[in-house]
Design a protein around this ligand. Sequence first.
Ligand SMILES: Cc1cc2nc3c(=O)[nH]c(=O)nc-3n(C[C@H](O)[C@H](O)[C@H](O)COP(=O)(O)OP(=O)(O)OC[C@H]3O[C@@H](n4cnc5c(N)ncnc54)[C@H](O)[C@@H]3O)c2cc1C
Length: 450
Amino acid sequence: MTGFNKHRIREIKAGKQQRGPVVYWMTRDQRVDDNWSLIHAIQKANETNSPLVVIYALAPTYPGANLRHYDFMLKGLQNTEKVLTNKGITFHLLMGNPPETIPNFLKEVEASVLVSDFTPLSINREWKQSVNEQISIPHLEVDAHNITPCWYASPKLEFGAYTLRPKIRKHLSAFLTDFPEISLKTPKLLTNKPTHWHNTLNWLNPFSHVKPIKWLNPGENEATETLRNFLNQKLTGYATKRNDPTLKWQSDLSAYLHFGQISAQRIAIETMKANAPQEDKQAFLEELIVRRELADNYCYYNPSYSRFSGFPDWAKQTHKIHRFDVREYLYTPQELEHVKTHDPLWNAAQTEMATTGKMHGYMRMYWAKKILEWTTCPEEAMRTAIYLNDKYSLDGRDPNGYAGIAWSIGGVHDRAWPERPIFGKIRYMNYEGCKRKFDVDEYIAQHTHK
Ligand SMILES: Cc1cc2nc3c(=O)[nH]c(=O)nc-3n(C[C@H](O)[C@H](O)[C@H](O)COP(=O)(O)OP(=O)(O)OC[C@H]3O[C@@H](n4cnc5c(N)ncnc54)[C@H](O)[C@@H]3O)c2cc1C
C-alpha cells in the first residue's frame, strides 16, 4: 500500500495561502528519499503549480554541537543539495537563527505556505513558535521521523513501552506503507545559488576539540549501505547478540537516524522483507519503532525531559530518601570526562564514546548508572551524563539520549526495583553483573589506549 496518511500532517499556524512558492524548512529529516515532509511539499507545489524551495537554517550555535556533529551533518546536507538540484528542486542554506532568517526568507520569496519537519525537542519548538508569530501564511508540520506520528500515536505522556506498544500496533498498518513515487512538475523559478560549503564551517567556528569520526561516512547512500550490511550480516542473531558489547552486533544506524539521513520507515520495510529469523526481526523492530517512538513521546509530552523534575513521582520520592547516602566514590564532571575513575569498565565505555562517537547500547546503561552512583546528587548526574553524551556521541542531542539517560538515572519508562543505597528503587547495575553477561576484559582491551 502507498499513499499519504493525512494524519501525518497538522497545521500549526493557520493563515491565508498566497500564490508564491512552497517552502519546505528541513530540520530533522535531512534526506531526499523516503521523506514525508518533502513528499507533501512536492504535492502542495504540484497542486498549486508553484515552485518549491527547500531551506535549511543553520543556527550559529546549537546547544552541545561541535565539529564532530557539524562535519557529519554538513557533509550530509551538501549531498542533499546535490540530489535536490538534480531533481530540479532549489535548495538554500540560510545562515543565522531560524526565527530571524526564516520569516525574512519567506517574505523575500513571497512564499505561499511553509512545510516543516516535526521534532519534540524544546529549542526547535521555540524556534517554530517564534517563526509562527512573525508569519501570516499557513505552516504545516509533518512527522517524517516517526512511523506513527507522535501526536497521533498517543495524546499523552506514556508510562512505558507496555502502554505505547498497543497504541502503535493499532495504527501501524495505516502508517507503515510504501512511499509514493512523486516528482516536482512545476517550473524552477528561483535561481539556485550554490552554497559555499567550505565557508560554512569557518562561519560556525565550532568547538573543534571533539574530532570528526572516520568509520561512518555521512549521507543517504552511506546510510542505505549501512542498513544493507546490517540486514545481510547482523540481523540474524540480533536478538541474542546485540547486548554483548564485544560483538558490536548493532546496526550503527543511530547517527543516520538522528540526522534524518535515513527514514525509520524505510528501515522497518526492509527489515520485514529481509531473510532472517522472526525473533531477530521482532527484537530489532521493537527497538527501532517502539523504543524510539517512546523517546519522542517522552520529550514531546514532558517539557522537563532533561531534568530531575521530569522523573516519575516514585523515582523523585526514592531519590529524596537516598540523596544523602554516602558515596564510596565521588567524581567531578571533569574527572569523569577525562576518564579518571577506578573502574576500567566505565573508563573503557567513556573512551569508546569519546574516540569513536558511539558507545555500545548496553554499556550506555551501565555508564549512566555509575554516574548516578559516583556524583553528588541525581541532578548533577543528569547534567553530567547529558553533557558527556551530547558532546561526544554522534547520535547525541536526540530524544533517545534524553529518554535513555532519564531511564538510567530517573526510572523513566521503568518500574521500581528492590531498594538499595544511593539508587533507592532505581534499577541497579554493577560490574559483576556485566561479567556474567559478556567478556568484560575483552571489552576493556578493545577500548583502552595502548
Ligand atoms: C544512557 C543512554 C543514552 C543513550 N543515548 C542515546 C543517544 O544519544 N542517541 C540515540 O540515538 N540513542 C541513545 N540511546 C539509545 C540506544 O542505546 C541507541 O539508540 C543505540 O545503542 C544506537 O545504536 P544502533 O543504532 O547501532 O542501535 P540498534 O540496536 O541497531 O537499534 C536500531 C535503532 O533502534 C533505536 N533504539 C535502539 N535502542 C533504543 C533505546 N534503548 N531507546 C530508544 N531507541 C532505541 C535507535 O534509533 C537505533 O538506532 C541511549 C541509551 C541509554 C541507556
